[in-house]
Design a protein around this ligand. Structure first.
Ligand code: GH3
Ligand code: MG
Ligand code: MG
Ligand code: MG
Length: 325
């Protein structure tokens, strides 16, 4: 009977998946320079895995770094090279550091060398004469463990990304902005460089929602974020601050330059109507922008943001669809 993976039953949990993972079907790189030995080992392993044999140790390092192997099986009794040194090299290269190493040792191998192998990072040993079932079981364990740690790493990366990204627009979220704006402001003050903060708000957005529905409003938010991205540089920090309000922090930028960027974006929004995907209709959108620069050595992020927000308030009060510093 085939094991059901947790993904098939709708659970994305690396722990559950590792239980479901048989550890079979891995890609194995076998490093051995004695044909009778590699024939035997490869023969056993290929019952459950895809096996590549590499007799040349230097070549093996390249292959291990290039190929996406789930496990490297190294024969310690190599004729042309010290198998332990090879293991240590595998551990020192970035691209091979995490691949499990299963070492094949002679029964009379010195225990000091075996211990040194463990210190270097050999994950497990199999001793000659090799028992087929034992070799397969130990290989499966390593393959399963490697897949597990990879999934864990992917999941951690995904959750970190999700924690700092606004799901609707793909821009940074408010939390990310708030943790990084202090650093940017402090750096600017310490280096005596300018810095500009923009607070942008879509005008009468509630009316857009009322006319085109919440999904239509979301279309506008996504398209706005797209146009915003195109208007700023890679080093500028753009985030969705909440609802239909956005904040951009621009390092090394004085108020005059920031005003030009904001004005160009304002026109880019007002001049081309936004498409509502569900209906094919278009809607005219305008934005108001408040601008502020650094005030002095005792300025701080809260104060700059507050000044930009006050400028935004004036832009709204004075009729919207404008940039105010
Ligand atoms: P003003 O010109 O003064 O900014 O008016 P406004 O209508 O844009 O401002 P208001 O703050 O009254 O309304 C903002 C609206 O944005 C209200 C809220 O329902 C809506 N909104 C907040 N988040 C989202 C979202 O994620 N998607 C959509 N579609 N609407 C949202
Ligand atoms: Mg509002
Ligand atoms: Mg608004
Ligand atoms: Mg608002």
């Amino acid at each position: 009977m085939r094991a059901v993976t947790s993904r098939e039953i709708g659970i994305e949990n690396p722990v559950l998946e590792s239980i479901a993972d048989t550890g079979r079907g891995g890609r194995v790189l076998l490093i051995d320079d004695r044909e009778s030995s590699w024939d035997r080992i490869a023969g056993m392993l290929s019952a459950e895995h895809t096996v590549d044999v590499e007799p040349d140790p230097a070549e093996a390092l390249f292959r291990a770094a290039d190929g996406e192997y789930d496990i490297v099986v190294v024969s310690l009794a190599l004729q042309s090279f010290d198998g332990l040194r090879l293991c240590s090299q595998l551990r020192s290269l970035d691209r091979t550091r995490n691949v499990p190493v299963l070492a094949v040792a002679d029964a009379d191998e010195e225990s000091a060398r075996l211990n040194r192998g463990l210190e270097i990072g050999v994950n497990d040993y199999v001793f000659r004469p090799i028992d087929r079932n034992e070799l397969l079981a130990r290989a499966r364990t390593q393959v399963r463990k490697k897949r597990f740690t990879e999934r864990l790493r992917d999941n951690v990366q995904l959750s970190i990304e999700a924690a700092i990204t606004d799901a609707l627009t793909g821009l940074h979220n408010r939390r990310y902005m708030e943790t990084h704006v202090s650093t940017l402001v402090e750096q600017a003050i310490a280096r005596g460089k300018p810095l500009a903060v923009l607070v942008l708000d879509i005008d009468f957005f509630k009316a857009i929602n009322d006319t085109h529905g919440h999904d239509g409003g979301d279309d506008v938010l996504r398209e706005f974020a797209m146009r915003l991205r195109k208007s700023i540089r890679g080093i500028d920090l753009a985030c969705r601050f909440g609802g239909e309000e956005f904040v951009v922090v621009m390092p090394d930028t004085d108020l005059g330059v920031a005003a030009k960027v904001a004005e160009r974006l304002r026109r880019r929004i007002a001049s081309e109507p936004f498409l509502i995907h569900a209906t094919g209709k278009t809607v005219e959108v305008t934005i108001s922008v408040g601008l502020a620069g650094l005030g002095g050595p005792d300025d701080n992020p809260t104060k700059v943001l507050k000044r930009a927000d006050e400028a935004l308030y004036r832009a709204k009060r004075d009729g919207r669809n404008r940039v105010v510093a």
